[in-house]
Write a new protein. Sequence first.
Length: 128
Amino acid sequence: MEIIQVVVIGLVSTIIILLLKDERPEIAIQLSIACGIIIFFIMLSKITAVIQALEQIANKVNIDTVYLNTVLKIIGIAYISSFGVEICKDAGQNSIGSKIEFAGKILIIIMAMPIIMAIIDMIIKIMP
């Protein structure tokens, strides 16, 4: 089970980080980043499977792939910005983390605009 791998990697990394944090904080931060990347790669096959399933569903119900791709990009932006924010918080840089979070939200709004416009167009066509 992948969750056991993820938890073990996370717990071992946390223990090592706690031991290194006072004497070598720069290595502790690098280890935290490496742990996140390792967990991401462990989950990559699962992410790929989810994306393929969503593409199959979109094809069955004739949803334009542009919308699906946009939603997947939005989800990616959310996860990546969240990862960056957490790394900044771990390093004690909450203000930089807040800026990353702000940028992620703006990018999500920008990416969502075509979908919002399409929904508004559909509502206008339905209304008398």
